[in-house]
Ligand binder design. Sequence first.
Ligand code: FES
Ligand code: FES
Length: 161
Amino acid sequence: MEPKVITLTVNGRKHQVALPPNITLLRALREYLHYTDVKNGCEKGDCGACTVILNGKAVNSCLVLAWQADGGEILTVSGLGTTSNPHPIQEAFADTGAAQCGFCTPGMVLAAKALLDENPHPTEEEIREAISGNLCRCTGYGPIVEAIQIAAERLAEGGQK
Ligand code: FES
Ligand code: FES
């Protein structure tokens, strides 16, 4: 099949890109559009490092074909906040030491964002369920769960969303 031009809006910026049918959203974002904040861990749906928010839902971008995302709105971690202007979730991850090597962090933060958008006051069990598809080899998960609890509290107090 011939490449087709698709439109992906990433972090509010519209891109048109010609892609063959077998390119995943992960590869489109990293290799064609240079969003290297989206991490490639396993490319088979096991690790969650490639998590992005597509049309409001957290997805493993390695399991979505870019053509399927045509016309979609995508949020990557660099669209959520920056070092100088972090989102409360990113701030909470820094405060609790929830980012160690950092490889899982973009996906974890976006899984947390999707959870808190849908459920602003999650229980610990709901937090653990929401990040169950995101593997972390460093932290033992405790600081990540704590970071998401703190972020939920700060957002409820009126932090930037
Ligand atoms: S790279 Fe997509 S789940 Fe591991
Ligand atoms: S901080 Fe290293 S994998 Fe999670």
